[in-house]
Ligand binder design. Structure first.
Ligand code: BYC
Length: 344
């Protein structure tokens, strides 16, 4: 099933493929001959890629660590709301799909922690900062998944918002982050389609199933819009991140792209988006829409959303109760490499 995207724009997956071609070309460029910041400025001006070997301003490095770590933590915490339904999926096929999807999110977390480590941080320090609350994760994962339809809506709206935000990150100026995003986006695109398909079935099911799908859309719409962050006027990092070409679009620009794309998809689902003021504005060439509640976003970011405490408690217990698994895996890896050495 082909989902309509932003009117008049190239498909999101075509944009990912184009970014991948640029990344391959950039990786073939010669290493810098100088170790001063002139090279950094020239690469950014030339729309090239900064690699871990290159000198970079300390603030650029810190911004990337903040954003990539927050992104990695979001993938890992994001496994919880959907994981909640693995044991209650309505069929074996849906259960297998959901298991695979949640496992993909763990993989995304791993690509992203690996990308952050190229900036000279250790992933165990990043976990520690998440657990102590010094680093954050996306606001969206602090909302509960109360019905099966929430799983479909997370796929459609949350993964849909994630793709709109992340496709431009495939063209981020930092090579390892951009490369991680290529694979993440291809997988997210698949996730979004499965969420859409699951909702499509519910929306055409019994009146009760249809009502459950609509109720889930009503609850997730505004939190999904808030995923893009505060409005541009309140965004502390956007201006600098855009100058460095880490971010390619502002929070409001991406939110608008998401609205324009999603309205068309909602028509196919035959579900309502819960915004009476959603109207096409021919002059702007975009839909006008009601903004999410940014005070609520700030409360959720600060730790006071409906599920913040539950999410962090689950994460802490996964670490404390799972330590023996990590230690066993490490001991096994040591044993294997000793065996290989003896055999060689
Ligand atoms: N939630 O200056 P701003 C996924 C913070 S994973 C929490 O605009 P920036 C998925 C922001 O960090 C989804 N915090 O910031 C996974 C900053 O605080 P600090 C995650 C938010 O960085 C599994 C402050 O507010 N995606 O989709 O320029 C299953 C001011 O904001 C949020 C990413 O992480 C928020 N929603 O722009 C399914 C993508 N919004 O750090 C799906 C990568 C803002 O100064 N990240 N804040 O204390 C980004 O693109 C950018 O970091 C953001 C924010 C657009 C999120």
């Amino acid at each position: 099933m082909v989902l309509p995207e932003e009117p008049g724009a190239r498909s999101l997956l075509d944009q990912v493929a184009e970014a991948e071609r640029d990344l391959i070309a950039a990786s073939r460029r010669a290493a810098p001959s100088s170790d001063d910041l002139e090279y950094f400025d020239a690469v950014i001006a030339d729309d090239g890629k900064i690699e871990p070997r290159d000198v970079m301003p300390e603030a650029y490095r810190k911004t990337l660590i903040r954003q990539i770590a927050q992104h990695a933590h979001s993938e890992i915490i994001g496994m919880q709301p959907e994981g909640n339904w693995i044991s209650r999926a309505p069929s074996l096929a849906r259960k297998a799909i959901l298991l695979a999807k949640v496992q993909d999110e763990a993989g995304h977390g791993l690509y992203l922690y690996a990308a952050a480590e190229t900036l000279g941080v250790d992933r165990s320090d990043l976990y520690e900062q998440l657990l102590s609350g010094r680093q954050k994760y996306s606001s969206i994962f602090n909302y509960p998944t109360v019905t099966w339809a929430d799983v479909g809506v997370i796929g459609w709206l949350v993964d849909g918002a994630a793709i709109v935000n992340q496709v431009p990150l495939c063209r981020c100026s930092y090579g390892p982050y951009a490369r991680a995003m290529i694979r993440v986006c291809k997988e997210e695109s698949f996730h979004q389609r499965q969420g859409f398909q699951s909702l499509y079935v519910l929306a055409r099911g019994t009146p009760k199933q249809r009502a459950m799908a609509q109720d889930a859309v009503n609850r997730w719409w505004y939190p999904s819009l808030a995923m893009f962050g505060p409005p541009d006027s309140d965004s502390t990092h956007s201006e600098q991140s855009m100058e460095w070409k880490i971010k390619r679009y502002s929070n409001d620009e991406l939110r608008q792209k998401f609205v324009d794309m999603t309205v068309e998809q909602a028509k196919i689902l035959d579900l309502e988006l819960p915004d009476a003021d959603l109207t096409w504005n021919a002059e702007r060439g975009h839909y006008d829409y009601t903004q999410p509640d940014y005070d609520e976003l700030m409360r959720v970011i600060k730790g006071n959303g409906p599920c913040n405490r539950q999410r962090m408690a689950s994460r802490r217990s996964a670490v404390s109760e799972g330590t023996w698994v990590t230690e066993a895996a490490k001991a096994y890896a040591v044993k294997q490499s000793e065996r290989m050495e003896t055999a060689a």
